[in-house]
Design a protein around this ligand. Sequence first.
Ligand SMILES: Nc1ncnc2c1ncn2[C@@H]1O[C@H](COP(=O)(O)OP(=O)(O)OP(=O)(O)O)[C@@H](O)[C@H]1O
Ligand SMILES: [Mg+2]
Length: 467
Amino acid sequence: MIPLSVAEIAEITGARPHPAADCGPVVTDTVVTGPVVIDSRQARPGSLFAALHGRYADGHDFASQAVAAGAAAVLASRPPGVPALIVPDVAAALAALARACVDRASGLTIAAVTGSAGKTTTKDLAAQLIESLGPTVAPQDSYNNEIGHPLTVLRVTEQTRYLVAEMSARGPGHITALCEISPPRLGAVLCVGHAHAGEFGSIDEVAKAKAELPAALPDHGAAVLSADDPRVLAMAEHTAARVVTFGRSPRADVGADDVVLDEAGRPGFTLRTTAGSAPVRLRLHGEHNVVNALAAAALAGQLGMDVAAVAAGLSAATARSRWRMEVTRRPDGVTVINDAYNASPEAMRAALSALAAMARGRRAFAVLGPMAELGAQAEELHEQAGRQAARAGLAGLIVVGEQAAPMLAAARADRSWRGELLQVPDAAAAVAAVSERVRPGDTVLVKASRAASLERVALALTGEVQL
Ligand SMILES: Nc1ncnc2c1ncn2[C@@H]1O[C@H](COP(=O)(O)OP(=O)(O)OP(=O)(O)O)[C@@H](O)[C@H]1O
Ligand SMILES: [Mg+2]
C-alpha cells in the first residue's frame, strides 16, 4: 500500500483510537506500510489488520495474534483487546482507505471488468497483457466485492502504474460503489446473464447493475462492450467514454476470425482489430474463452499495446485462478475438467460445449451440481441445462444433490438423450459413480455453483484430495 501514518488512517476512516488495558494507547505516528490483511496469519511488520465479522470467525478474536505477528495497526468495530482504531463499519473504512490510496497514487490507470461470466478469466488475461506495460496490481482470484476490491486496491504502491479490477454486483449500486473506490478509466462489460438474477429479480435488473460501470467512466476513458450481447451493447448510450466493441460479431471492433479448437479444446484464431490482425493460440480451454481474450485484448489495445504484442501475450497467458476449465490428464488416460469454481446457466452451456469439443467423439461424462441464486426461474434453468447436457452427446450425466434434480428429469425427457443418468446425494457418491464407469480415453467435466464445492469431486478424481 501507499504508506500512511496511523493518524492519517484515523482521519481518513473517521476512526476513534481506542487503547487497551495492558498494551497502552494507539501510537498515532506509527507508519503503516501494508499489506492490509483480514487474516491474522498473513500479518507482517507494517501491516494493517482489519477485523471483520465473517461467517465462520470473528476477526476481533485474532487481533492480538496479528499484533504479535507485527501488525502496525488494527482497524475494528469494537475494542479487540489490543490498541485499535474503532470504526462503525470496517468494510466502509477499508473502502475509504482504498480511495485515499488511489488519490495518492499518481500516474495510476484503472481498468475494471464486470459481467455475469468470465470476469476472473478476463481480468487474469488482461493483467498478463498489461503487466508488460508497467507494474500492475490485479485481484487475487475473484476479489471483486466490497471487501475484496478495497483489499486489492490497497496493494497499489507508488510504483504501480495499472490496476486491473474485477467488479461484481449482487444488487443495484454495488458497482457504482466499487467505481467510487477506484474510478476506472477503462471498463469492460462482458455479458449480462442469469448469475444472481434471483437476487436482482430479473435479467434486466442485472443489466442495469452492470451498466453502472460504463456510466461511471470519464469522457477520456473507454467503454469496452460486448458486441454479442444486445443488453451490453445498449450501454453505449449511457457512457461519456469512447466505445470499443469486442466479440464474435463481425461488426465488433476487436474480433476473432477463423476460430478453431485444437484437440484439447484450446482456441486458435486471428485477432482482428481496427489497427491490424495477428494470430493467437490460447492456452485456455473452451471456445467461450475467445470472447474473454477479446475483451482483454481490447483493454490492452486501449492502453497502447500493439496487436502483435497483444496476440503474443494472449498466446503466452495461462490460467491464474483455479478450477476454471482446469484440465488434468490422468496417467490412465482419463481427462478431468475441473470447472467447478462456479456455474450459471450461461457458464453451464459454455462448459458442456467445451466438453463435447474436447471429447471429440470419445466418451464424455458430466458431473453437474446445482446453480445457485437463480430465483423463480431456477427449475426452468436447471431443465434447460439438462437438455443441453442431453444434446452434448454424453455417455453419462451424474447429477449431484436434490436442487439439481430438474436437470436429470429434463435430460431423460429429451429425445436426443442416449447415455446413462444418475442422481447422487453428494460429492463422495459422485466420485464413486464416476470411478466405476470411466475408462482410458474418457473425459469428465465437473461443474456446479460455488456453494456446492464440487471441486472436491474433481480433486478426488485427479488424486489431489481423498474424500
Ligand atoms: N465468456 C463466457 N461465457 C460463458 N461462460 C463463461 C465465460 N467465461 C467463463 N465462463 C464460465 O464461467 C465460469 C466462471 O468463470 P470466471 O471465474 O472467469 O467468471 P466470473 O465472472 O469471475 O465468476 P464469479 O462471478 O464467480 O466471480 C467458468 O468456469 C466458465 O464455465
Ligand atoms: Mg470472478
